[in-house]
Design a protein around this ligand. Sequence first.
Ligand code: XUL
Ligand code: CO
Length: 442
Amino acid sequence: MAEFFTDVSPIQFEGPDTDNDLAFRFYDPDRMVMGKRMEDQLRIAVCYWHSFNWPGSDVFGAGTFDRPWLGGSMEPMAAARMKMDAAFEFFAKLGTPFYCFHDLDIAPEGDTFAETRSNVEAMVEYAEQKMEETGVKLLWGTANLFSHPRYAAGAATNPNPEVFAYAAAQVKNALDATLRLGGSNYVLWGGREGYETLLNTSVSKETDQLARFMHMVVDYKKAIGFEGTLLIEPKPQEPTKHQYDYDSATVHGFLERYDLFGEFFVNIETNHATLAGHSLHHEVAYAVENGVFGSIDANRGDPQNGWDTDQFPNSVEEMSLSLYEIFSRGGFKNGGFNFDTKLRRQSMARDDLFHAHIGGIDTLALSLLVAEQLISGGGLRAARDARYAGWSSALGAAISGGTADLAALEAKVIAGEIDPKPVSGRQEALENLINRAIWTTS
Ligand code: XUL
Ligand code: CO
């Protein structure tokens, strides 16, 4: 098996003062942070699709990357094996513990479903071997229910039940593959579960279908004994004009409405959060506080354009705020940080993939150290607790316990027992706490 990334040796932690561009400055896997090894806290994964399956094409031009297994001149299964060799060489040299894949990232689609199924099975067997050799594990598996023209009008939400059935068959196999490879999670991203125009769409029929599909996934997960977490990945739009899994709050409402709460959790992606008009911090805080948090697709968008650019994360401030929310409530269970990230189209040298991941991983590692300091410093927690302290008083307990009604509260206000005074929200002082933690940690 020929080496692909010949100019790169395994990446090591060398500390902040190193001048080696191909080394970690903050990601020190064995360093203990909040009671666990840094590697076990962050649970970092590389994604198969953008890094090994995408040629660097855009809507105006062809692929620019050096990926000899793409492009169609090789026999498809030989190309799939060459791609997998390069992928596992990359995972092992980068030294991160996990990867993620869609069924059709690892295996070519055949002329029939049976052929596709046997291609996927053969590549799962090959992956099993590679995982054994390298020790790299699967954070999550998923099925590609959006690229083939049959899914142009959606998968579970398609007006044609035959497409629903086809998607069901594909997800069954992808769940089997995820179970076999010991995946920690299984993801559903509703790529085309939405609409292009309301003129031909029944939104209630489509959301009912999506819920039916999700119940079938839960039933099958239980039938085969898959103990990982089922995740749904919110995204407001792109590729369709509107997607039903718009953001964490929408997914939460959907889960409650269709009796799926506790069965599915959210896989939050930074750039999907910003497309929805939120921040990653908002999405994470919402999900964590409402019992639906699962995992993160780490990346970033470009504030000057309005689509999913999937760039590598480079803002310690943004990540620190989200890690603060995650780790002040105990950190990940089965989730982790998947790099759902794309190189820029001009980053065509083979080692660009290493530089990109190293930068993103160090951003996460430094953010974890900042979060640790914010948590142990206790300033943010104390300020939040103080702000809501009134709810522990007799009045607060009566309101939230349901023993005070509108008339009872009015009587107290009229009697002058209640006369609230505005207090400072201390926003700038709290923002200074964040910056001070960043400055002292880096
Ligand atoms: C698309 C996206 C997907 C999912 C997996 O925006 O994020 O790659 O993560 O299907
Ligand atoms: Co994603």
